[in-house]
Design a protein around this ligand. Sequence first.
Ligand SMILES: *Cc1c(COP(=O)(O)O)cnc(C)c1O
Length: 417
Amino acid sequence: MSERIMTEPTEPTEPTGPTGPTEPTGPTGPAGLAGKAAELDAADPLAACRELFTLDAGTVYLDGNSLGALPSHVPARMQEVITREWGALRIRSWEESGWWTAPERIGDRIAPIVGAGPGTVVVGDSTSVNVFKALVAAVRTAVADRDEILVDAATFPTDGYIAESAARMTSRRLVPYTPGDPIGPRTAAVLINHVDYRTGRLHDLPGLTAAAHAAGARTVWDLCHSAGALPVGLAAHGVDFAVGCTYKYLNGGPGSPAFLYVRPGLQSSFDSPLPGWNSHADPFGMTPEYHPATGAPRGRVGTPDILSMLALESALDVWDGVSIKDVRAKSLVLTDFFLECVRHLPVEPVTPAPHAERGSQVSLRCDNAGAVMKELISRGVVGDFRQPDVLRFGFTPLYVGFGDALRAARILGEALG
Ligand SMILES: *Cc1c(COP(=O)(O)O)cnc(C)c1O
């Protein structure tokens, strides 16, 4: 790391070095961009986090918003879980290895990342299942004569399907909602994706939560594309319910269990539509009557998927000493830089330019996007394609650098040309 660059980060440097003297120079020419990438990488306080992940030098991995990369220490931990906790201790591990309390314990590790207090987050089941629990519970705690559920009109499909079923079960009408539209007196609950999975648009969680509350409605936020990517502030903004993925920006592994947040003031009235035995106040009492547990465990259902859950717990170690504010700061500079690098290419940014409206991905529209993404992947730039014409590039600040962004943009230029 160069001290000169560290202490003078805003000083423009002459484009020299890696790209050679025959490249056009100037601040936005390829040589200028290479110099800028090197400077930004050298000044990046999160640069060392990359070493914590298993990544190969030949690939630029920009799909962490779909499946986060593997933290390198997880396999050894899983070896121990399988051979010692399962293999040797067997059933004793429910107690001795802390398996039984893992959903709440791991919830407490995720809580600070999304701005929630201890005892408010529980881990388990998929995001889809947690959307169901949260939305039905939101309607059950809403004012009784409110007969509408609003759902983000551009929602990730599973939320929409589940909301339709939840509306049918609770005899409410499902109404598509564009975040920012007025919320009326008939609304029981509003389900919104914090960051749009397709466009990368970030919605105004504080403002929309306040607007829903002013209209007397409950809020359910889906944090799949914001948890681990930016500060969420669940407690500070008074969000009622939230759910989120752990296999995207939290790197928990394929299908790792999701999380559910219930605001402290609603925990005692939280009426789960899936009251399994794991959420019972006395699960081993094995009584025919159901008495819900207090606190976060009330969001549990059945026996937790311990292997996935413990892989997630281990993966969360990469957050030790990391500030989500630093993650956000880098994410914005990184996505700005990538947008600058693709500025002259025949692509149309779909992701909003204002920082207040941008998550941690860049979506670009272009002709033949599906074929372009296949070509990119074959050349070691891994993003993904979403119907009908969107290239998605996820920027996970813990392991993606500015040199990666530049390389991805250059290869995109070649694939398009
Ligand atoms: C990824 C994602 C999901 C995934 O739900 P699963 O139940 O884990 O398959 C749900 N909602 C949103 C907004 C997502 O981005």
